[in-house]
Design a protein around this ligand. Structure first.
Ligand code: DC
Length: 223
């Protein structure tokens, strides 16, 4: 086995990336990095500080003043923005509706990609996002592209939101997911695309265990 292993999981919103990535990381003793949470953290900071979302310059200067860290707690991974726990705040509708815009800026992506590559240097990692296999970890040992139908993804996110007490209209949510897919897949900088050497896993109709099992079969080739 190689000294460190990198697993890249990309795909559209709510395809199950983070759930699966967390399980794989835990089972294998790897660290887990949720890159979407990093884009959400800067979006939250921009909203809180009334930073103009139309200004790439203002957002880039904001990002330079932000530290974004992860810590593994008993109840799962927590996200810290300048040392404040923002694990729940980064999932609100306000953040979700603005994050695509913030994450589309070239200089924001460059800085985030750099930070993500530094995180991945230290140990074996499962990293999930949109551009992990294509840009962040192009030499990842295993690249998975996770997809699922819009309806199924909307149903999953709806259940998650309700469980977290976030008021949600299903049809609005479905439309937002479709819009975000379109935006993320058509943006100029690092659009969401499957890496040529990524394995496509369609999770429609599969439960989490089945998805994990399917990825673990591919992981066997690494050990
Ligand atoms: O996975 P998520 O919904 O938490 O991601 C939030 C947003 O960040 C989503 O609109 C796409 C963007 N993103 C990105 O552009 N690149 C990544 N590596 C991860 C997320």
């Amino acid at each position: 086995m190689k000294k460190t292993v990198q697993i890249a999981i990309d795909g559209p919103a709510s395809a199950g990336k983070s759930t699966v990535a967390k399980i794989l990381a835990k089972k294998n003793g790897f660290i887990y990095c949720d890159t979407g949470a990093m884009y959400r953290a800067i979006t939250l900071a921009a909203l809180e500080n009334n930073v103009d979302m139309d200004s790439e310059e203002a957002l880039t200067s904001l990002l330079k003043r932000l530290t974004i860290d992860f810590s593994q707690e008993e109840d799962g991974q927590h996200v810290f923005l300048n040392e404040k726990d923002v694990t729940n705040e980064i999932r609100t509708n306000d953040v979700t509706n603005s994050v695509s815009k913030v994450s589309a800026y070239k200089s924001i992506r460059e800085e985030m990609v750099h930070r993500q590559q530094v995180i991945a240097e230290s140990s074996s990692i499962v990293m999930d996002g949109r551009d992990i296999g294509t840009v962040v970890l192009p030499k990842a040992d295993l690249k998975i592209f996770l997809v699922a139908s819009v309806i199924e993804r909307a149903e999953r996110r709806y259940k998650e939101n309700i469980a977290k007490g976030i008021e949600t209209d299903f049809d609005v949510l479905k439309q937002e997911i479709a819009d975000r897919d379109h935006y993320d897949s058509n943006r100029k900088n690092s659009p969401l695309v499957q890496a040529e050497d990524a394995i496509l896993v369609d999770t429609t109709g599969l439960n989490i265990e089945e998805v994990v099992e399917s990825i673990e079969k591919h992981m066997k080739t690494l050990f």
